[in-house]
Design a protein around this ligand. Structure first.
Ligand code: G
Ligand code: G
Ligand code: MN
Ligand code: NA
Length: 254
């Protein structure tokens, strides 16, 4: 509860920030998008990992207002980059299961787009498989509501859940992100290599955009390119960056 109380105060004191990690097209090495990643940097503590504080935000329900802040802040930033003349880049934002189930996400996204003026086609919401398996009829309706706003939908951490191909083909998603745990073990275990290859083939069959995450080596990169995966995110290219550094990075690439 200590952390929960501190997180409450963190939100009031705006101790949260966002960093942005580039998503690179391997065809021309340009930044085609960025993923917004939440950071908590309390003044008197070392930085706390999202793996640690996001579950607490979820348990306390704080993820709903914090998630709304993340959406607003990220869309505001992306719209500002477009106005400043940066190349057209998509913005991916992670959505927690609690936000998806509890909050009125459709209304929140509609308001954020209206207020920030970001082109809805530039926004991609990252959802996870597990959150969509619950109450599928209602999930379908919520997903459709989001699609009707003109935003893109991605399945994050793909391969870690239990989605069947049939189920996936019925979801109104445009994008898959193959989970970094498979990418990391690409050349260690044949089964992880098989998962990566199969997810790439599946995305191609279903006409979905595929992003490989957690790419750290040239060896992983060339395997992915060899299989036809053309969008890559990972430390090999760039770590998540504060907004000013991201703008510099994109300026150099473009
Ligand atoms: O940034 P990092 O790789 O440490 O993130 C760890 C985890 O936290 C990832 O699973 C990521 O999806 C999640 N995460 C990061 N930022 C956000 C956010 O703004 N909202 C939600 N719900 N999850 C996030
Ligand atoms: O669950 P999600 O895919 O949203 O997680 C994104 C997280 O992955 C972020 O916290 C980001 O910092 C982290 N990440 C991004 N690229 C790499 C990478 O190449 N290696 C590792 N270990 N983590 C990465
Ligand atoms: Mn993500
Ligand atoms: Na992921």
């Amino acid at each position: 509860l200590m952390l929960a109380a501190r997180l409450h105060r963190a939100f009031e004191n705006s101790d949260f920030t966002l960093q942005y990690q580039p998503q690179i097209s391997t065809q021309d090495n340009t930044v085609i998008g960025v993923e917004a990643l939440l950071r908590w940097t309390p003044a008197d503590l070392p930085p706390v990992s999202p793996m640690e504080f996001i579950p607490i935000l979820e348990e306390t329900g704080l993820i709903v207002p914090v998630g709304t802040w993340v959406l607003y802040q990220a869309c505001h930033q992306a719209a500002a980059w477009q106005r400043a003349g940066l190349p057209r880049m998509r913005l991916s934002v992670n959505i927690s299961a609690v936000q998806f189930q509890r909050g009125d996400l459709g209304e929140t996204v509609r308001m954020v787009l209206a207020e920030t003026g970001l082109d809805p086609a530039l926004l991609c919401l990252e959802l996870t498989e597990s959150m969509l398996m619950i109450d599928t009829a209602q999930s379908q309706q919520k997903l459709q509501e989001l699609r009707d706003l003109g935003v893109r939908l991605a399945l994050d951490d793909f391969g870690t859940g239990y989605s069947s191909l049939a189920y996936l083909s019925r979801l109104p998603v445009q994008e898959l992100k193959v989970d970094q745990s498979f990418v990391r073990r690409l050349h260690d275990t044949p089964s992880d290599t098989a998962v990566v290859n199969t997810v790439i083939a599946m995305a191609q069959e279903l006409g979905l955009t595929l992003i490989a995450e957690g790419v750290e080596s040239e060896e992983q990169k060339s395997h992915l390119i060899g299989r036809g995966c053309t969008i890559i995110q990972g430390f090999l290219f760039c770590r998540p960056l504060p907004p000013d550094q991201l703008a510099l990075f994109v300026g150099q690439e473009g």
